[in-house]
Ligand binder design. Structure first.
Ligand code: ADP
Ligand code: ZN
Length: 745
């Protein structure tokens, strides 16, 4: 009897195609197997979703061409997880399956033989420091371009590949050679960078503290099907508890996944895991080529690696006998995927834990209100680590009111108060390290003509252009559009320009002149665009070669540098007033997390937060390092008589896109009509439907955007909406359906 297999292709389709299974392949072709099948005139890789004896309803019978793997690529559990993804997020089954396997296994780029790897590259390194402004003026009096190149290199930590400087920063080779001729820089040929995680390992502390032991006992005493939140203050040693948990699991021959928000930003966590598990751990980082990623995937699938560390997508790693999933810094928005399936790794972790019977462990000093809600309802158990390791105190936090605080006169437009200045100066004098957070990259947020008021905006996005200094340009932070920073206003021709809104480049510039002896490193998207640049910067900080580390939210994640005694938040208000219900929560998390970087060593520490809203509950709670205080103030603001928001209700956001505003509006209106009809006819009015209305960012990448929001206290109804939506099979290129969105902009 001929068998038939249903094969799903990694496309925006929900229905599998049915193929005949050739006799020779019968033993291999089971659900989860990767197969090569003919599709029209091409061949494609798909995954078997079911086997039966029923031939296809119509058309010619076609056969599976090959089944390349000895074992099915997807276990029964991962196939079930794929179904859950598709049904929860309303996404075609083909697309959720695609998320489960690395691209190369779908016949992606890595499947082809890659060309020979680049072996060496030219790097440029500064060899002469020009610490004082005076020396700088003298050295570059006739060559502003050379100065720009010098300062760009400085911003990159003193060394960078020439390729990056020329192609990304648009610096001329002439100018770079000029720096070399002047004896300011040197050119080297160095081996192309390799995986910096390869030999990264530090042994963890030998013994658990009494608090950590109690936390471990509490976790082990919890039934494995009950997820646990480790709510531990910053510096309480959560990582060691994860490692201990992983160790017990691996010792018993089972496997584990540790999720971190972003691998590049958490080298210390990776190093600690390597210290315990050595080669038994697969580190899935963004620097892997497609082929390397596929290799790592195979090693995990074959059980050669028992532990996987990675960002969001590592939640799908085919770990054998999976027994524990740890989600570190559970509150991080980077756990949400931005394309279909638009999953949140925290929720996928729970779903995967259920299908595999694995324990799920979350950790954070600033847990999300969604997770706290689950704790309150008894579906997640909380285990606390209320003290720092070694009983070190949490650093005191001063909220400096920018409306009344004395400013440093030399700072000009830079918001720099006397208290912050003093704290930084004293730390530098004591040879301690400083971290400064300013969550806005570029030189200034925008340019405004003082004569006519015009603010240059992006022609493709409804967003003003950000002023950049090195290299000088106006740039759109959403689509990358770039314009020259001309000398005059484009609409009225006036020759003066006013910059508004402080960015990290300007802050760095100011700090350079304010603290000329200090070694400064800046970490934001502009200084970390090369491979391993995060790594290089953080390593210099760890080695004590940096006195002031300044940067955007990147520097607020999990860093553990005992030399840091002062943390400054230069402007705590950058995100506080965004039109998004999570604006306060994000601000609380950011400020509390960066504050937690201070005082991790014996010298103690303190934190200075500059704000114009010192009474805001998000900042007050952050100053007290208290998630409880924040939740107590914020939760009532998200329920009646205020408009209800998560965690009290679930949320789905539909974003309709259009070449014209009318097209986007019409599309959004049709979605809203469909939802209102369904709500009245089938869902018993259990949904609240808002909109259609223009999105706060009304145009992006040249497309207009309108959205419709639906809320419901009943997840079941939202699930029905998602499945009905999936059944409609509408093009995701025109309407995006996003369940549990992390941003409403
Ligand atoms: P968290 O992630 O909770 O902020 P970490 O896991 O980074 O905290 O730990 C903070 C610091 O305490 C680290 O430097 C770590 O090495 C140290 N530490 C953790 N546990 C112990 C322990 N049991 N004994 C000694 N030092 C510890
Ligand atoms: Zn743009």
């Amino acid at each position: 009897m001929t068998l038939f297999a249903d094969v799903l292709l990694p496309l925006s389709v929900s229905t599998p195609y049915r193929y005949a299974v050739p006799d020779a392949l019968t033993p291999r072709v089971v659900p989860g197997t990767r197969v090569l099948v003919p599709v029209r005139r091409r061949r494609a890789v798909g995954v078997v979703s079911g086997i039966g004896s029923e031939p296809p309803a119509a058309g010619t019978q076609r056969e599976i061409l090959a089944a390349p793997d000895a074992d099915p690529a997807l276990s029964a559990e991962l196939l079930r997880l794929g179904e859950w993804l598709s049904s929860y997020y309303g996404c075609p089954s083909g697309l959720s399956l695609r998320a489960l396997l690395p691209g190369a296994l779908w016949g992606g780029r890595g499947a082809r033989v890659a060309g020979p790897a680049e072996r060496t590259e030219r790097t440029i390194t500064l060899v002469k420091a020009l610490p004082s402004l005076l020396e700088r003026e003298r050295a570059f009096s006739r060559s502003p371009k050379r100065r720009a190149a010098y300062e760009a290199l400085e911003a990159l930590g003193g060394t960078a590949p020439q390729r990056h400087l020329v192609s990304q920063l648009k610096l001329g080779t002439q100018v770079l050679n000029g720096l070399v001729r002047e004896g300011l820089a040197r050119i080297d040929r160095v081996a192309a960078p390799r995986d910096p995680f390869a030999d990264l390992a530090v042994a963890p502390p030998p013994a658990l503290t009494a608090d950590q032991r109690r936390a471990m006992d509490a976790i082990l005493g919890t039934p494995p099907e009950m997820p646990v939140l480790i709510e531990g203050v910053t510096g309480s040693g959560k990582t060691l508890v994860y490692l201990e948990m992983l160790r017990t699991v691996v010792e018993s021959g089972r496997g584990a996944i540790l999720l971190v928000p972003e691998i590049a930003l958490t080298p210390q966590t990776v190093a600690r895991v390597r210290g315990v598990f050595g080669d038994a751990v697969a580190v899935l980082h963004s620097g892997l080529s497609d082929a390397e990623r596929a290799d790592a995937w195979r090693a995990v699938r074959q059980g050669k690696k028992r532990v996987v560390v990675g960002a969001r997508s590592a939640i799908f790693a085919p770990v054998q006998r999976l027994a524990v999933i740890v989600v570190d810094e559970e509150h991080e928005p980077s756990y949400k995927q931005g394309t279909a399936p638009r999953y949140h790794a925290r929720d996928v972790a729970l779903a995967r834990g259920r299908v595999e019977g694995a324990r799920v462990l979350f950790g954070s000093a600033t847990p999300s209100l969604e997770l706290l809600h689950q704790v309150d309802h008894g579906s997640v158990r909380r285990v606390e680590l209320p003290r720092r390791v070694g009983d070190r105190p949490l650093p005191p936090v001063d909220l400096v009111d920018l409306r009344s605080a004395e400013r440093v006169p030399e700072a000009g437009p830079v918001t720099w108060s006397e208290p912050l200045d003093r704290a930084v100066r004293e730390a530098l004098e004591r040879k301690e390290q400083v971290i400064l957070l300013l969550n806005r990259r570029g030189f200034a947020s925008f340019l405004q003509c003082p004569t006519c008021g015009t603010v240059p905006g992006c022609p493709r996005c409804a967003i003003s252009l950000t002023v950049h200094a090195t290299p000088s340009a106006l740039r759109c932070h959403y689509c990358g559009h770039e314009e020259e920073l001309g000398p005059t206003c484009k609409s009225c021709g006036a020759t003066t320009r006013r910059m508004r809104g402080l960015g990290t480049q300007q802050l760095e510039h100011f700090l350079g002149s304010r603290f000329p002896a200090a070694r400064i490193a800046r970490m934001d998207l502009d200084t970390t665009s090369t491979k391993w640049s995060h790594h290089r910067i953080l390593e210099r900080v760890a080695r004590g070669e940096v006195d002031i580390l300044l940067g955007t939210q990147m520097i607020a994640k999990g860093l553990d540098f005992p030399g840091v005694t002062v943390v400054g938040v230069v402007d705590a208000d950058t995100g506080l007033h965004l039109p998004d219900f999570r604006a306060a929560e994000r601000t609380f998390q950011l400020v509390a997390q960066v504050a937690g970087r201070a005082g991790r060593g014996p010298a103690g520490g303190r934190v200075v937060v500059q704000t114009r809203s010192p009474d805001h509950h998000a900042l007050r709670a952050a100053a007290a390092h208290s998630i409880a205080a924040f939740a107590a103030a914020e939760l009532p603001l998200r329920t009646l008589p205020h408009p209800p928001y998560p965690p009290h209700v679930g949320l789905i956001r539909f974003v309709a896109l259009g070449k014209t505003e009318d097209a986007a509006a019409a599309r959004a209106t049709r979605v809203a009509d469909w939802l209102r009809r369904a709500n009245g006819e089938r869902l018993g009015g259990g949904l609240t439907i808002l909109g259609p209305a223009p999105c706060p960012i009304a145009r992006l990448h040249g497309r207009w955007r309108w959205h419709v929001l639906i809320k419901s206290a009943e997840p079941r109804l939202l699930g029905r909406v998602m499945r009905a939506w999936r059944g409609q099979g509408r093009s995701a290129a025109l309407i995006v359906a996003d369940r549990d969105p992390v941003s409403l902009l």
